[in-house]
Design a protein around this ligand. Structure first.
Ligand code: BTN
Length: 250
């Protein structure tokens, strides 16, 4: 039989066959579910990615959202995504022995291709966060959408075998529990170290596309506030908090 041990940290785990988007549903349920709830779906017909993109979510992948209700000022929000990225890094290492890369702020990368993504949404105002929805999508055994070949990758193609979704989920949830507790207790060194050491961007020339347009720069560091610190061509140091970052090809 299958024994799954989640401990007492996660208060509610909801499993659905098919939903539009676990992030969307979790946002609706946010007031009625307890802190530290998990919502998982076998597939999503309207999965959401960052920057208004859609997220292909066929059967075989791990698509889930977390509901978190921390006492948190809005400016700490960028660190949540880095906390999750660190947890994913460790979960994949523990479970499959692979060392993935992290593309700030939210992509989990293998061989230049995207294995997983994190989408953090928030309800609240500038002073206080009411609740957070952290959506995590991992390509595990699912096929990659034809339009995303060359961009996306599934774990089964990395480890050359099917991966048990339940065991992987438990490992990742345990790691999220660990890193989220480190985050909440202000022990954030490891979170930052993992994000820096495994970064695909640091030390490279990058292009940042945001609503302000495209900018080029050199990725120098990740700040304690979760920002990406860049040096632009006038040697000015600037902080970037979001946007789409790509490596500049030579
Ligand atoms: C990204 O653009 O990289 C973020 C992708 C996040 C996808 C996950 S899948 C589970 C959750 N529900 C959604 O609709 N999106 C997130």
């Amino acid at each position: 039989y299958l024994e799954l041990s989640l401990g007492s940290f996660w208060q509610r785990v909801i499993v659905e066959k098919e939903v539009e988007s676990t992030n969307k549903l979790m946002k609706e349920l946010g007031n009625s579910l307890p802190d530290k709830s998990v919502l998982i779906a076998s597939r999503q017909w309207g999965g959401i990615g960052r920057l208004g993109r859609s997220w292909s979510s066929p059967e075989g992948g791990l698509w889930f959202s977390l509901l978190l209700k921390p006492q948190l000022p809005m400016e700490e929000l960028p660190l949540i995504t880095l906390t999750m990225a660190a947890a994913m890094w460790e979960g994949l290492y523990n479970h499959l022995g692979i060392e993935v890369k992290i593309k700030w702020p939210n992509d989990i990368i293998w061989d230049g291709k995207k294995l997983a993504g994190i989408l953090t949404g928030v309800k609240g105002d500038m002073d206080k966060v009411d609740y957070l929805i952290v959506g995590i999508g991992i390509n595990v055994n699912n096929p990659i959408h034809p339009e995303l070949k060359g961009i996306g990758l599934s774990l089964k193609d990395v480890v050359k075998k099917e991966v048990n979704l339940n065991y992987l989920l438990i490992e990742i949830l345990n790691c999220i529990q660990k890193y989220y507790q480190l985050f909440l207790t202000d022990k954030r060194e490891d979170i930052l170290i993992i994000n820096k050491e495994q970064s695909t961007l640091l030390g490279k020339r990058i292009i940042i596309s945001s609503f302000k347009g495209k900018e080029e720069g050199f990725a120098k560091d990740i700040g304690n506030d979760g920002s990406l610190i860049i040096e632009d061509d006038n040697k000015q140091i600037r902080k970037v908090f979001s946007g789409d970052v790509s490596l500049k090809e030579w």
